[in-house]
Design a binder for this molecule. Structure first.
Ligand code: SF4
Length: 336
């Protein structure tokens, strides 16, 4: 099969099913149809993704560990020499799944959004999710040892900003083999793009600057026992501001929905084809064309603050989303 020049990194949201109900969920998983493929469809889509010749594939969701066949998919990517990353909340992880995850992925990341159960569980919408995330890290630590790097991804909002340092201290002390702790400012995508959420939970401009301030990051490193590498990002790159993304080389990432539909722009609704039916090269070209669409440029160009960015995201989602997307957006709950 002919290969195509395309994105270097693929993010595949392999299901929109999820046992959690995070208040910032970018994919609105659990609130939309799972659109999960069966075993044959998963393997066909795996082959279609490989036509991009990616250097890495991130399997995310939803909760990927709910998907029967996720490890066969990972094995196939591994055979093709593609680096495989798994993102999980850890809710369903048990000893068997931990061993399978370690055997089939090159890096594993557990999401944790607080240093205490009350903060994490409120953000994640399910009591017990903090304990389950820590339990998942314990299981991965035992299964992975020093062989497979595992880390923590922390989505930073106003509700947990003050817990960042405590999270470093907690995680570094309890998991000495933890490889990474990564703090990323929440971006206005999905539920996090709601106007009331943007006003109350997206970081203020001051917090966003502080998060990436070298002195602040050095303080976090100093507060982290063990060997974990601590990093932060304001996630501005995900905005895909027209001045920053002028060509495909500026954002060599593509996001694939569970059934193979491809988003034009990672964090925004709107697809440009399906890898199971369309030529990947054309799909990628349509995606890159969308970045320069006059509507997108007009929406994102003047968006500088987080609140402005959220407003632009809502406009893009309504303009390019499907009828189902628009119906879901109309049903979004108010942020409490
Ligand atoms: S765990 Fe991830 S996919 Fe599930 S609700 Fe939370 S943010 Fe969404």
């Amino acid at each position: 099969m002919e290969s195509v020049t395309g994105p270097k990194d693929v993010i595949w949201d392999i299901t929109y099913a999820c046992p959690l109900r995070c208040f910032h969920c970018y994919s609105e998983s659990g609130r939309r149809a799972a659109r999960q493929l069966g075993p044959d469809g998963l393997l066909r889509l795996t082959e279609a993704v490989l036509r991009f010749q990616p250097r890495s594939v991130t399997i995310s969701g939803g909760e990927p560990l709910l998907v029967k066949g996720v490890f066969e998919v990972a094995r196939r990517f591994g055979e093709a020499g593609v680096e495989r990353l798994l993102y999980t909340s850890g809710w369903t992880l048990d000893e068997t799944l931990a061993q399978q995850a370690v055997a089939n992925f090159d890096r594993i990341c557990v999401s944790l959004d607080g240093a205490t159960a009350d903060v994490h569980d409120r953000i994640r919408g399910r009591r017990g999710s903090f304990d389950r995330a820590l339990n998942a890290l314990d299981l991965l630590d035992r299964a992975a040892g020093d062989r497979v790097p595992y880390g923590v991804d922390f989505t930073v909002v106003r509700s947990n900003f003050d817990q960042i340092t405590d999270a470093c201290a907690l995680l570094g002390a309890r998991f000495p083999r933890l490889r990474t702790i990564f703090f990323g400012a929440a971006v206005p995508s999905g539920l996090a793009s709601r106007a009331d959420f943007a006003e109350r939970e997206l970081l203020t401009e001051e917090q966003r600057e502080r998060l990436v301030d070298p002195d602040f990051v050095a303080g976090l490193r100093a507060a982290t026992p063990g060997a974990a590498r601590v990093g932060t990002t304001d996630n501005r790159v995900l905005q895909m501001h027209p001045e920053r993304v002028r060509s495909a080389a500026d954002f060599p990432v593509v996001q694939v929905e569970p059934d193979g539909a491809v988003r034009a722009m990672s964090i925004y609704e709107g697809t440009v084809g399906n890898l199971l039916t369309d030529d990947p090269d054309q799909v990628w070209r349509r995606a890159v064309d969308r970045w320069r669409d006059p509507f997108v440029v007009a929406a994102l160009g003047p968006a500088h603050t987080a609140v402005q960015w959220a407003e632009a995201a809502r406009r893009i989602d309504l303009r390019f989303g499907s009828d189902d997307d628009r119906a879901r957006i109309a049903r979004r709950p108010a942020h409490r």
